[in-house]
Design a protein around this ligand. Structure first.
Ligand code: DI6
Ligand code: FE
Length: 415
C-alpha cells in the first residue's frame, strides 16, 4: 500500500456497524476494520480491502469469526454517589412508594447527605467498582451526572470524580450538571431561591471549570416545575451548554415539550409523556432515552409510548440510569434485554439504543455510535452467533474484548 500503514487491521470478523438504512444491524459478514491513530480507517467487507492484510497494517488480528460492534454507550447514569439505599428497596417492597420516601426526606436527599460527607477518593473508589462492571460488558463511553451534592463544592466534587474516572480506565466520560435534581435542606420551602442559586452560581462555576458537558434537571412533582426548569435551561444557554431533561417519569408535566423547545439533546424516562410531547420531540430531533431499570425497580406499570416514538421517528436510546434509588443497575446488556421484553423494542432498536442513538443523546453522533470511517475506534468484540444474542442471553456476558480509541481495553479472555 502506498502511504501510511494502519496501526491495526481486524479480519475474520462480522460487523454490526449499526449504520442505519441498509442491512439489519448495518451488518457486514466477513468484514474488516482498519484502525489508524485511534480512528477507524477502514470498515467494510474483507474483499474490499485495498491490498493484502499484511501490507496494510503493522498488526493484523483475526477475530476468528466473532462479531464486532461499536463500543457500547451508557448515556444516562448517576454513577458517582455516596452511600447505599438498600433499606429503601426493602421499604418499597413493604409497600412505601418512591414519592412517599422522597417526601419523607429519604430518597435523593439521603444520598445527598452521604455524598457530601464522602471524600473524593472514596467517591472515586465506589464509582470505579460500578464502572468496572459496565466496562466488562463493552461500554466505552459513559455519561455521568452530578445531582447528589446540591451545594457548590459537592456538585463540583462529583463532576471532578467523573472526569477522573476517564483517567483511571479506558473509557470516555461525558459529564452532566444536574444541580436541579432536588431541593436541598438549606432551601426547603424555597425552590425558586435554590434555582436562582443553581443558575447564578453552580452552572457558571461548573462551566468555568470545564467540568460540565451538559445540563440536566428533574422536572417532576417531587422535582422542579417547567418554569423552574426553563430558568435552568436559560442559564445553560448562556454558557453554550446543551440540555437534557428527566421528563415525565412519574407524571406528565409537559417536560418533553419544554425540552424540545430548548432543542434538548434528550428527554429521559417518558413513561407519562403525552402525544403532544412526543410530537414536539419529533420536531426538535430530541432523543427519547428509555430507562427500563427504573421502570422495573419501581414496579412502574405505565410504559413509554414506543409505538408513537417509532411512528414519528423519535430516536430511542436505552441506558442504565445507574443510581442508588430507582435503578441500582450496572448491566447495560440487561437493559437491552429489558427494553425488548418490557418495552417491546426490537433487538435492533435496543442495540441502536446503546450505540447510535446513545451517541446522539450525548451530542456525539459525529465521533461515536457506529462503525464508520473517521469515527473514534471504539469497538466491542463479542463471542456471539448473531447480534440478537446480546439481547437474548439474560445475565450472560459474551464480551471477548474491547478497543477504546484504537487501544485494547480490558479483555476478559486471553487472545
Ligand atoms: N430520576 C431518577 O431515576 C434518578 N433521578 C431522577 O431524577 C433517581 C435518583 C435517586 O433516586 O437517587
Ligand atoms: Fe436519572
Amino acid at each position: 500500500m502506498t502511504g501510511e500503514m494502519w496501526d491495526t487491521l481486524w479480519v475474520d470478523v462480522n460487523l454490526a456497524t449499526m449504520v442505519d438504512g441498509g442491512e439489519p444491524y448495518g451488518a457486514v459478514r466477513d468484514g474488516a476494520v482498519g484502525i489508524s491513530a485511534g480512528r477507524l480507517a477502514f470498515v467494510g467487507p474483507r474483499a474490499g480491502l485495498p491490498g493484502a492484510p499484511q501490507s496494510l497494517a503493522q498488526d493484523v488480528r483475526s477475530g476468528r469469526g466473532r462479531w464486532v460492534s461499536p463500543g457500547l454507550i451508557d448515556c444516562h447514569t448517576h454513577l458517582v454517589y455516596g452511600g447505599n439505599r438498600a433499606h429503601e428497596f426493602e421499604q418499597r417492597l413493604a409497600g412505601a412508594s418512591y414519592e412517599e420516601i422522597a417526601t419523607a426526606g429519604g430518597g435523593i436527599l439521603s444520598t445527598v447527605m452521604a455524598t457530601r460527607e464522602a471524600t473524593e477518593a472514596r467517591l472515586l473508589d465506589s464509582a470505579l467498582a460500578r464502572l468496572d462492571r459496565l466496562l466488562a460488558e463493552g461500554v466505552t463511553t459513559i455519561e455521568i451526572k452530578s445531582g447528589y451534592g446540591l451545594d457548590l463544592p459537592t456538585e463540583l466534587k462529583m463532576l471532578t470524580v467523573a472526569r477522573r474516572l476517564a483517567k483511571e480506565r479506558p473509557v470516555s466520560v461525558r459529564t452532566t450538571l444536574l444541580g436541579a435534581h432536588a431541593v436541598p435542606p438549606e432551601f426547603v420551602g424555597r425552590p425558586d431561591d435554590y434555582i436562582d442559586f443553581v443558575c447564578r452560581e453552580v452552572i457558571p462555576a461548573a462551566a468555568k471549570a470545564g467540568l460540565a458537558d451538559a445540563v440536566d434537571a428533574f422536572c417532576e412533582r417531587i422535582g422542579f416545575t417547567p418554569e423552574q426548569t426553563a430558568r435552568v435551561f436559560d442559564a445553560a444557554a448562556v454558557h453554550d451548554l446543551p440540555v437534557k431533561l428527566h421528563a415525565e417519569q412519574l407524571s406528565d408535566q409537559g417536560g418533553a415539550q419544554l425540552a424540545a423547545r430548548y432543542g434538548a439533546l434528550s428527554a429521559d424516562h417518558l413513561e407519562y409523556v403525552s402525544s403532544e410531547g412526543v410530537e414536539a420531540m419529533a420536531q426538535s430531533g430530541t432523543v427519547a432515552v428509555l430507562l427500563p431499570g427504573a421502570f422495573y425497580v419501581l414496579k412502574e406499570t405505565r410504559k413509554p409510548p414506543i409505538d408513537a416514538f417509532r411512528r414519528l421517528g423519535v430516536p430511542m436510546a436505552v441506558s442504565t440510569d445507574c443510581n442508588p434509588g430507582s435503578s441500582p443497575v450496572t448491566s447495560l446488556l440487561l437493559m437491552v434485554n429489558m427494553a425488548c421484553v418490557l418495552f417491546g423494542l426490537t433487538v435492533e432498536e435496543a442495540l441502536a439504543g446503546v450505540t447510535r442513538n446513545a451517541a446522539r443523546a450525548l451530542g456525539l453522533s459525529r465521533s461515536r455510535g457506529t462503525l464508520e470511517v473517521g469515527k473514534v475506534a471504539d469497538l466491542a468484540v463479542w463471542n456471539i452467533e448473531s447480534p440478537a444474542d446480546l439481547a437474548y442471553a439474560v445475565g450472560a456476558n459474551p464480551l471477548h474484548e474491547v478497543v477504546h480509541a484504537g487501544k485494547q481495553g480490558n479483555s476478559r479472555a486471553p487472545r
